[in-house]
Design a binder for this molecule. Structure first.
Ligand code: PLP
Length: 430
């Protein structure tokens, strides 16, 4: 494949945009470096790059594009919104309509507030939890990504339940010291942390199904135990459903496990591809938020008509019969194909999948926590990524990211992908 235009554009980008990209995950640093592919247009399950190469897309823009690129119903809603003026700075009917849709889909949302990104949504839930409880510490699970605000760019130290250390320059140690990190799916470590710090904890921040070191489900009973222990300590449970909301079912991961958090943060899918975030939860907690309460949160672009229209249209598509069954069937076909090709070639992999989202880890270990994901073979993934993109299959350039199916992928796309996977595995085994 010829990538010469992408390379030229990357050279130009390096002169103007820091690192050439506007989000570090778009760089190819984790897969050997060089120019990322510059996409030119997208439709359904496909991308075309600036050199004219066509790809089947499994990046789905890191998750929002569950109905495929340029879905006509969403495109029409955005066009209508654009023609009516994209930003008013006043309340609109669309905000009411969309808030009602979210509440109907996710019953734990007694009140909601729209913001502009997943980061903003999670950040505000943490602030509101601190305001509500009068406490400052939070617990998060190792390897879970909750956006790029200071409190959550924090990793564990070496122990099973440790006070955090900053994971990025520019984060004060004092901020990290208020964050305790424990391994996901490790109830004992969680109990240890709660025994030690429980009365200082404002909230426990949970990705109920992890999407950020691949797709990792909670062990049976884990989420319920986390809820019970957290509530016993007088702290709040926040679900970060930025990846999971409307991904596996119409609704949220909390419905998959029939368990309710106190607050939920959302983003990605609910914007239909436009910038969005939303948070919500129990009424008495949400009443902490200005203008009703003392916890301040605001936004010039929040609830803008274009994002509202796109989000509503996206959920309307997802309400159609059979959408999630179809994603699940396609996901199962892809998973099976990948597993068979790996066995044929003798390449050790393990696959985690739920509905239309999956992760292929290079190694034998079934991944249930971050340490195991970290141990998976990054060099093998980098080689695989390159072999796939050269065959027109677009994956996220990181061993930790998921493959996301859309409603527009076809069985034929899956079969083409599985053939490409087979070719890649054969080369890797040589
Ligand atoms: N929370 C989770 C679980 C995410 O996966 C992400 C982004 O990938 C975020 C929060 C941050 O969302 P955004 O990139 O919209 O700020």
């Amino acid at each position: 494949m010829d990538f010469s235009q992408s390379k030229e554009l990357h050279e130009e980008a390096l002169d103007h945009i820091v690192g050439g990209v506007n989000s570090p995950s778009r760089a190819y640093k984790a897969v050997g470096g060089g120019a990322p592919v510059y996409m030119d247009r997208a439709r359904g399950a496909y991308f075309w790059d600036v050199d004219g190469n066509k790809y089947i897309d499994y990046l789905a823009a890191y998750g929002p594009i569950i109905t495929g690129h340029g879905h006509p119903h969403i495109a029409e809603a955005i066009t209508r919104a654009a023609n009516n003026g994209v930003l008013y700075g006043t309340p609109t009917k669309l905000e009411n309509k969309f808030a009602k849709m979210l509440k109907e889909a996710i019953p734990s949302l007694e009140k909601v507030r729209f913001v502009n990104s997943g980061t903003e949504a999670v950040m505000t839930t943490v602030r509101v939890a601190r305001a509500y409880t009068g406490r400052t510490k939070i617990i998060k699970f190792a390897g879970c990504y909750h956006g790029h605000f200071d409190s959550v760019l924090v990793q564990a130290g070496s122990g099973p339940a440790t006070l955090g250390t900053p994971d990025s320059a520019g984060i004060p140690k004092a901020v990290a010291a208020d964050v305790i990190t424990v391994p996901f799916n490790d109830l004992e470590a969680f109990k240890t942390a709660m025994d030690r710090w429980g009365d200082q904890i404002a909230a426990v921040l949970v990705e109920p199904i992890v999407g950020n070191f691949g797709i990792v489900e909670p062990h049976q009973g884990f989420l319920q135990a986390v809820n019970d222990i957290t509530h016993d300590a007088g702290a709040l449970v926040i679900y970060d459903e930025v990846i999971t909301a409307f991904r596996f079912t119409y609704g949220s991961a909390q419905q998959v496990y029939n368990i309710e958090p106190d607050m939920t943060a959302m983003g990605k899918i609910i914007g239909g591809g436009l910038p969005i975030g939303a948070y919500g939860g129990r009424q008495d907690i949400m009443e902490q938020v200005a203008p009703l309460g003392p916890a301040y949160q605001a936004g010039t672009m929040a609830g803008n008509p274009a994002s509202m229209a796109a989000g509503i249209a996206c959920l309307e598509v997802l309400q159609q019969d059979g959408v999630y069954d179809r994603l699940d069937k396609l996901g199962a076909r892809l998973e099976k194909g990948i597993v068979v090709k790996a066995a044929d070639a003798g390449v050790p992999i393990s696959v985690n999948r739920l509905c239309g989202a999956l992760t292929v880890y290079f190694g034998d270990t079934k991944v249930t926590n971050y340490d195991q994901a970290e141990e998976s073979d990054g060099e093998a993934f980098a080689q695989f990524f390159r072999l796939m993109i050269e065959q027109g299959i677009n994956l996220a350039p990181s061993k930790y990211e998921a493959w996301f199916l859309t409603t527009e992928h076809t069985e034929a796309d899956i079969d083409t992908t599985v053939d490409a996977v087979g070719n890649a595995f054969k080369k890797m085994a040589e």
